[in-house]
Ligand binder design. Sequence first.
Ligand SMILES: NC(=O)c1ccc[n+]([C@@H]2O[C@H](COP(=O)([O-])OP(=O)(O)OC[C@H]3O[C@@H](n4cnc5c(N)ncnc54)[C@H](O)[C@@H]3O)[C@@H](O)[C@H]2O)c1
Length: 254
Amino acid sequence: MTATGSDTRVALVTGGGGGIGSAVARRLADEGAAVAVVDRDDAAEAVAGRIRDAGGRAEAFLCDVSAESDVAALVEKVSGRLGAITDLCCVAGSIRRGTVPDLSLADWHRSFADNVDSVFLMCRAVLPLMERAGRGRIVTVASGWGLRAGEKAAAYCTAKAGVVMLTQAMALDHSPAGIRVNCVAPGDTRTPMLAREARQLGQSDTEFLAEAADRPLGRIGTPEDIAAAVAFLAGPDADFVTGAVLTVDGGGSV
Ligand SMILES: NC(=O)c1ccc[n+]([C@@H]2O[C@H](COP(=O)([O-])OP(=O)(O)OC[C@H]3O[C@@H](n4cnc5c(N)ncnc54)[C@H](O)[C@@H]3O)[C@@H](O)[C@H]2O)c1
C-alpha cells in the first residue's frame, strides 16, 4: 500500500486483534481511516483482511507494544506504509485476576507492561510526530476498575488507574499543541478477555456472564458499544473534549 496524502486519516489501533480492538479498527475503517491493526497475536492479520474485504484500508503489524525497540520500529513502519498517524487508539491490555498474595511479581510486571507501559511507549513514539503536525487524537482504553476497585484484580485495577492518570497528564501537556487525549473506561464487554477471567476464577462462562450482566441496563457490553465511544472521542464531535474519561458500562458503576 502506498503512503497517503497529508489530509488522510491514519489510525493505529493496538490490541487490534482482540475483541474491542478489532471493533475499533473496523469502526474507524468504516469512517474512512486507513487502519494499522497492531497486535502481538497474528489475529491482527485476519482483522485487517476483513476490513480490506469490506472495501476499507488496513494493514496488520505484529508487535509487542510493551517492548521499547519494537514500538520505535512499528511507528516508523506504519508511517512509511500508511502515512502520518493522526489517531492513536491504545486498546491493548491483559488481565491476571488475583488478590495481592495470589500474584507473582511477574504477574504484576506483566500487568503494568501490557496495560501501562504499552500506552506510555506508544504515546512517547507518536506524540512528537503529532506535535510536528499540529494535530492528533489519542484515545486510551482503561477500565471501570481503573476508577473504582474490583475484587481479585489488584494488579489490573492499579494498572488501569495508571492509564487514567497518564491520559489526563498527557491531555494537560499536549492539548495546547492541538492533540486531544481521552480515555474510555469500559465495563464488562463480551470478548475473549472475559472467558479468560472466568477460567482464572474457576467459574463457568455462563455463571461469569450472568453475574457480569447484573447492571442497570441488564446486559454486558459489546465490542461495538466500546468502539462507538472510542470513535466519538477520536472524531470531530469531540473537538472540545480532552482529558475526559468516558465510562461505558451499562450503568454498572452508578
Ligand atoms: N472485555 C472487558 O470486559 C473489558 C473491560 C474493561 C476494559 N477492557 C480493556 O479493553 C482492552 C481490550 O480488551 P479485550 O476485552 O478486547 O481483550 P482481548 O483479550 O480480546 O484483546 C486484547 C488484545 O490486546 C493484545 N495485547 C495485549 N498485550 C499486548 C502487547 N503487549 N502487545 C501487543 N498486543 C497486546 C492481545 O494480544 C489481544 O489481542 C484492554 O485494555 C482491556 O483491559 C476490557
